[in-house]
Design a protein around this ligand. Sequence first.
Ligand SMILES: [Zn+2]
Length: 402
Amino acid sequence: MKVDVTYSCGHVGEIEVYGERSKREWMIRRASEGICEECQLKQDLARIEELKTEQEALGLPELTGSDKVYVRKGGYVHRKTFLAAMENFIAMCAGTEGGRMAVCRELKPFGSNDEQRAYYAKKNVQMAKAIKEAMLRITSASYWNSLMVVEQDMIDFTRLLSDYYSENKSLIDQMIKAAESGDGTPVEDPIITAEPDDPKTTSVAEIVVTEECVRLYSPKDDTIIEAARKLRMQWLKSYWGLSKTVRTGDMMERAREVIATLLSRGIPVKADRELIADAIAGKYEPYTPRWVTARGDSLIVWLDGNDDLYYSAKKLKGAEYDGGCFRVPLTSWREVADFARFNNYKISDKAEASMERAKEEEHQRMAVGTVKVKAPDKRTEKDTLKDLLNSSTEVLDDLKDS
Ligand SMILES: [Zn+2]
């Protein structure tokens, strides 16, 4: 039932209560201790202004990319916590114990003498400073809002830095190098914003690549949403993500393709300078759904909706349809390899290893000669092509001409 409540700010509002009398009373009491939605919003906006002014005084840029108040507030709050934790961390690195700490897994600390420890302390400070500088360049409110920093928890904090470093190795290394040379020349910002030839929106899509995912951060924008969907990206709470699977290939390749697609659709892109250059130059392997992967003792031949492909894959010895793919026994590896070659399939590392193993086993069985085995498939590429041609389909008519 609905009841009127006087909030602590003095405003009156209506809330929905239910349950037993004691529970209803508790709900009313709890609501009256709080403030109304409008006052809460005012308070949050004031807090954002306060944090923004404070952080601007430190030379930090305004957070952008979200019109949600709680996201922007969370962003400023977390960036403040991050900054404090980072200062604390850098001081610790520079201190007497600095040489015993590791900012990143890649840095091996624990020098065995004072000289080595001093070296690692210096390296740690350099790296921590570079990571700090790089992270503070990120202006996405969503990014900061989702960044959980617990100031007291050094283990979690170093893990955060370590992860950031492994995801942005080239950027950080470049920044450390620049800091080391220390000749005062300004470092070229490796993150740039590329403008499309024919802009369709003013919103900028920010691309961050991790080993597992290509992330797209942006304000809510229909043009970007449509492009993200087209790129098979999924909304993952605070960003559009293209997650790594057995069929996506290298994430850097996917990032270049994502950038090229966004630009071609008239969307400005903020990303690593080199990634953008490669994307514009078309230096990437386009995504293909055509993959041979491995699962247990089977090879998996994925389909892409092409009927001809379905019928030729179906002919693979022992092939069983399994919803969107064919499961083929490893013993048919030779046929699968031929099929892959003719149809421009990619073979995953795992499938490659499985096929290699099957080949080895075949050789061994033949060499030992004690076990009677079926003669290996002697079919040549030509035979397989003939088979394919006999299956007479339109795609294959093209092949005949060539
Ligand atoms: Zn109020």
